[in-house]
Design a protein around this ligand. Structure first.
Ligand SMILES: Nc1nc2c(c(=O)[nH]1)N[C@H]1C(S)=C(S)[C@@H](COP(=O)(O)OP(=O)(O)OC[C@H]3O[C@@H](n4cnc5c(N)ncnc54)[C@H](O)[C@@H]3O)O[C@H]1N2
Ligand code: MOO
Length: 396
């Protein structure tokens, strides 16, 4: 069986980065910036007052000095004269600082009498001016690729871009397979199981920036599988994900269905726990991923294989989950012949992250998955570990 790392590389090789499109900035949250974006102006575009007060020459900033107020500069209504010695301009936060002035004294630190101000004892020192280009200059460039955050959108707006060039969102079809499955909220017979893992996978895909489409559950018949694969293909899926039927039982029909559909298989079965029966392949530009049916296996494989494929389709760099180091809070026995991604919980300790693996690691147990905030990696044939030993975890 191939390793997780080999399988990840093979999965990524099945995916092509989608085309680039221009969209309104307001629609760009979570999208992936495809091309570097250069500012169209300095920000602030002029030296701006940071406070409400009086713009003066700092040379005049002496306790008890009396200055004549000659004009007003407000946000959006600058004054284009020059402040000379012993003069002041009434100014408000965000307004352009007039020529000649190099300090803003806040209004709390002056006494105004008619058209003059007298500077109080605290008027000396603070400049209260944001120089032109303090935030960014016209030369500033936001690098790509980059998944755009809410803060990025504000920055891009300030750079005076109303639209952005982003990569297409990949379309991902999710197909649950199995006679035993029905959707939640129904009236299950005693031998039926609720289709659960698609809800996690759908949410993960939306977070990652894909367009998921949950197709109807396919019963365990070749015809039903052929039909649902065709539906996914007709929808224009970039990635078709099947869930269940991946193993070797008489009712595990996905691998032969993919063969019939013309999919070139990249691999089937990996040295991983949970997730051993994972398979992947491609037909033309469409990638196929066959996830195991056990709910935890499907979700763990979603994190390790499906999301990296989505990120690759979005043109992102660093597509693989990033492992971080943590210290065990309890000993662990020797590892097995498959890399084990244990459900675990970590917290920030005083000097290191502390991680605790759950006792129950059955790949059907969603209660445990829901308590977990990371996967703790036990590499193949890992040696026994003592409390306090370092391990690699993957936050989820
Ligand atoms: N003889 C062997 N048996 C099994 C092996 C093996 O190597 N030899 N591998 C085991 C491993 S590991 C896994 S994982 C499972 C996965 O098998 P399948 O992908 O074929 O999954 P199913 O048999 O269809 O389902 C397994 C389990 O999960 C439930 N399920 C399926 N789909 C869903 C869904 N959408 N939502 C919730 N639950 C689902 C299903 O009812 C079963 O209980 O195979 C082992 N067997
Ligand atoms: O590999 Mo399976 O996914 O352990 O349950």
């Amino acid at each position: 069986m191939i390793t997780v790392e080999q399988a990840q590389a093979l999965c990524l090789a099945l995916v092509q980065t989608g085309p680039v499109e221009t969209i309104a900035l307001a629609d760009a949250h979570g999208r992936t910036l495809a091309e570097p974006l250069r500012a169209k102006r300095d920000q602030p575009p002029f030296s701006a007052s940071a406070m409400d007060g009086y713009a003066i020459r700092s040379h005049d900033a002496k306790i008890g000095a009396t200055l004549t107020v000659i004009a007003e500069s407000a946000a959006g209504h600058g004054w284009d004269g020059t402040v000379n010695a012993d003069q002041a301009v009434r100014i408000f936060t965000g307004a352009p600082v007039p020529n000649g002035a190099d300090q803003v004294v806040i209004q709390e630190n002056v006494t105004r009498t008619g058209e003059t101000i007298t500077l109080g004892p605290d008027a000396i020192g603070n400049i209260n001016i944001r120089p032109q280009g303090l935030d960014f200059k016209e030369t500033f460039t936001l690098n790509a690729p980059r998944k755009l955050t809410a803060s990025d959108l504000a920055l891009i707006a300030a750079m005076n871009h109303g639209s952005v060039r982003v990569t297409h969102r990949p379309k991902v079809a999710l197909i649950s397979t199995g006679d035993e499955l029905l959707m939640p909220g129904g009236d299950p017979a005693p031998d039926q199981i609720i289709a659960s893992n698609i809800f996690a996978l759908q949410a993960m895909l939306i977070d990652a920036g894909a367009i998921p489409n949950v197709l109807p559950i396919a019963p365990d018949t070749p015809d039903a599988l052929d039909d649902i694969l065709q539906q996914a293909s007709d929808w224009g899926a970039d990635i078709i994900v099947t869930i269940g039927g991946a193993s070797v039982g008489d009712h595990d029909l996905v691998a032969p269905a993919l063969d019939r559909f013309g999919v070139t298989r990249s691999f089937h079965k990996i040295a991983m726990r949970p997730g051993k029966p994972l398979m992947a392949g491609a037909l033309g530009s469409t990638a196929f991923l066959g996830l195991p049916g056990n709910p935890v296996s499907a979700v763990v494989c979603g994190h390790l294989f499906l999301l990296p494929m989505v990120r690759r389709a979005l043109g992102q760099s660093d597509v693989l989950p990033r492992g971080v180091s943590a210290r065990l809070d309890a000993p662990l026995p020797t590892g097995g012949p498959r890399a084990h991604y244990m459900r675990a919980h970590f917290s920030e300790g005083k000097n290191a992250r502390i991680v605790s693996a759950f006792d129950k690691q059955d790949s059907s147990m969603l209660t445990v998955l829901s308590l977990a905030n990371c996967l703790l990696l036990r590499p193949i044939d890992d040696t026994a570990k003592a409390s306090g030993d370092p391990v690699t975890i993957y936050p989820i």
